[in-house]
Ligand binder design. Structure first.
Ligand SMILES: NC(=O)c1ccc[n+]([C@@H]2O[C@H](COP(=O)([O-])OP(=O)(O)OC[C@H]3O[C@@H](n4cnc5c(N)ncnc54)[C@H](OP(=O)(O)O)[C@@H]3O)[C@@H](O)[C@H]2O)c1
Length: 244
């Protein structure tokens, strides 16, 4: 199987690369970043896939700057929606399977129990709206062959994330304020990467009749950002005090 990972420099892209390098993987994985495949440029996407064909396309790239997306909505929509739509069209035309990663931001966050795949979506910001538009485009174009994985609160040894920010803040401050009114499930990107590599090898994906489906993936447990930062400092024995 020829497998393409889009977003090689992101947390998840790098985590998949790590999992592949550790395991006994027979599939042929290619990794591309923005310089090889720019999701902001539809012509570049067309040219790239005219020259390269895959059995499975996995999209780990996204416009992930949640706050900045409010002022860069056109770019966020291009990367999270229009490029995803274009890749779905290409995957369908080339007969490739498509695995796409989405977000808990498609929900409004008002649930007091874990979200399930069939819960009603209601994104509250541009990032969530563009990611949902990407999901919907895939579902419209590919009735079969696509897999959408929603996750949340990713952290890893790679790139930027909450754990790394806290480690830096904790090293440079005696006390910091962290909000406690948002709860979620921190999810280690390598665990999600392992799950994705598992899907690539699964009977589910090898089935030609595989219906397009949405799955939720996270680690277990629940905490607030405040709880999470306290746990990070406890584990790393950082003396910085956390208050709400
Ligand atoms: N991080 C989270 O907490 C979280 C939560 C829920 C869902 N997700 C979803 O999980 C997936 C992986 O997230 P992540 O944390 O690994 O994200 P990340 O670390 O922010 O990486 C995103 C990658 O997308 C690439 N990218 C952005 N614009 C691009 C463009 N125009 N063309 C090509 N590549 C572009 C970036 O490239 P550069 O390196 O060149 O900037 C970056 O490597 C995304 O779909 C995200 O929406 C993430």
């Amino acid at each position: 199987m020829k497998v393409l990972i889009i977003g090689k420099n992101g947390q998840l892209g790098q985590s998949i690369k790590k999992i592949i390098s550790l395991g006994n993987i027979k599939d042929e994985y290619s990794f591309v970043g923005r310089s090889e495949l720019d999701l902001g440029d539809s012509e570049n996407i067309t040219t790239y896939f005219n020259q390269n064909k895959f059995d499975i396309i996995i999209n780990c790239a996204a416009y992930t700057a949640v706050d900045k997306a409010e002022s860069e909505s056109k770019l966020a929509d291009q990367v999270n929606h229009l490029a995803v739509k274009q890749i779905a069209e290409i995957a369908k035309q080339q007969g490739a399977k498509f695995i796409h990663v989405s977000t808990d931001y498609v929900f409004d966050g008002m649930n007091y129990k874990p979200y399930v795949e069939t819960d009603t979506v209601n994104p509250q910001n541009i990032y969530g709206k563009t990611k949902l538009a990407g999901e919907r485009a895939i579902q419209e174009i590919m009735r079969k062959g696509a897999t959408i994985i929603r996750t949340g609160w990713l952290y890893s040894e790679f790139g930027n994330n909450f754990v790394k920010t806290m480690l830096k803040l904790g090293a440079n401050n005696e006390k910091i304020k962290v909000i406690s009114d948002q709860i979620g499930t921190p999810t280690y990107a390598s665990d999600l990467a392992q799950a994705i590599v598992g899907i690539v090898k699964s009977k589910y994906l090898q089935n030609k009749e595989q219906q397009t489906q949405i799955f939720h993936y996270s680690n277990e447990g629940v905490c607030s950002w405040y709880d999470f930062s306290k746990a990070i400092f406890d584990i790393e024995k950082i003396a910085c005090k956390v208050f709400q």
